[in-house]
Design a protein around this ligand. Structure first.
Ligand SMILES: Cc1ncc(COP(=O)(O)O)c(C=O)c1O
Length: 339
């Protein structure tokens, strides 16, 4: 893996030099360990395998023009994993331990951080799961926390272009008071069939509606939804969506630009009124939406007729990327620079 073609990376697993692990046993976290193996030796009755006691995170580190490595909002990911663990009764990884493990995993794999010019980045995947055995449904007594990293390509190789999305009416991703607001594997399993069906039919992602009434917009596959109209950034309020760190950042940047922002339930019909719409998340920052199809009711919502993103989406996208790569000042304290 010494000849990485930085400009042709995609979002795929790549082996790097090592991963960092920590075990929770006898009521406490142990020391951080470094492993070169990609494999784990796991008890066959681990609750992570049987009862879905599992949570993960996804964040990125970027190399700037100055050669420095910047991690984006690692504290927020640490907090979100803490909340996910709390939600499904797993041992919580202390914030400092999470950050230390992320920094260690990046440093040990520094040669895999893509150069500034490539537009690529280092994707960081922390994962936590019940490793202790249980055959009755109950939380495990032992947990394993692992952080591994890999270089990933820029999401938009062919440029920042809008794509089509499909409303998923046949499937629910999460229940109103279920685990939709946590980053736990079960949500992704529940949404996988909807996502694959949409991909097979040429859509980039699904748009889930609220599962109780099917009246409001929830989120887009693995990203939050936002719409823009009348100089206002609008994003759904829902108990069953993941609190996206990218979305939170875009809300702040929109306010910095003098826009109004609203986090509230968005009725489906309101889609007709947005001038721009997009999905936002760590992977792409923003995926502008060209059109949303609601096949079951024979309706389509069009946001981009010329195949180009809207001007506000483009401005927000450029601004956030500039902060991540260190091209613009980090006025909100989002970036951790590796020493
Ligand atoms: C279901 C879901 N919603 C939203 C997001 C976006 O969250 P973030 O901006 O923190 O990456 C993700 C992850 O990327 C996700 O998996």
């Amino acid at each position: 893996m010494d000849n990485i073609d930085w400009s042709n990376l995609s979002f795929c697993y790549i082996k790097t030099d090592c991963n960092v692990r920590c075990n929770y046993r006898n009521g406490k976290w142990g020391e951080l360990e470094t492993h070169t193996s990609e494999e784990i030796n796991l008890h066959m009755a681990a609750t992570g395998l049987h009862y879905g006691q599992q949570a993960f995170e996804g964040l990125k580190a970027f190399k700037g023009k100055d050669g420095k490595i910047r991690i984006f909002r690692v504290v927020d990911n640490a907090r979100r994993m803490h909340e996910s663990a709390e939600g499904i009764l797993m041992a919580q990884v202390p914030e400092e331990l999470f950050i230390e493990a992320v920094i260690k995993a990046i440093k040990l794999n520094e040669r895999f951080v893509p150069p500034y010019e490539s537009g690529a980045s280092l994707y960081i995947r922390p994962v936590l799961f019940g490793s202790g055995p249980r055959i009755g449904v109950a939380p495990a007594e032992e947990y394993l926390f692992i952080v591994f990293v890999m270089p990933v390509g820029p999401y938009f190789k062919a440029g920042f272009k809008p794509t089509n999305m499909l409303i998923a009416r046949k499937y629910d991703r999460a229940a109103p008071h279920g685990t939709g607001n946590m980053k736990v594997g079960g949500n992704y399993a529940a949404g996988m069939r909807a996502g694959e069906e949409a991909h097979k039919n040429g859509y980039s992602a699904v748009l889930f509606l609220d599962s109780k009434e099917k009246k409001y917009i929830d989120e887009c596959g693995p990203a939050n939804f936002f719409g823009i109209k009348n100089n206002t950034y609008v994003t759904p309020q829902s108990t069953s969506i993941l609190p996206s760190i990218t979305n939170k950042s875009l809300i702040q940047l929109a306010e910095d630009m003098g826009m109004k922002t609203e986090r509230r339930p968005i009725p489906l019909e309101e889609l007709d009124t947005f001038e721009e719409a997009g999905a936002c998340g760590t992977a792409a920052v923003i995926s502008p939406i060209a059109k949303i199809d609601d096949l079951e009711v024979g309706k389509e919502y069009v946001f981009s007729k010329n195949g180009e993103p809207g001007p506000i989406s483009l401005k927000l996208y450029n601004k956030l990327r500039a902060i991540q790569y260190g091209d613009e000042p980090d006025t909100h304290g989002w970036v951790t620079i590796l020493e």
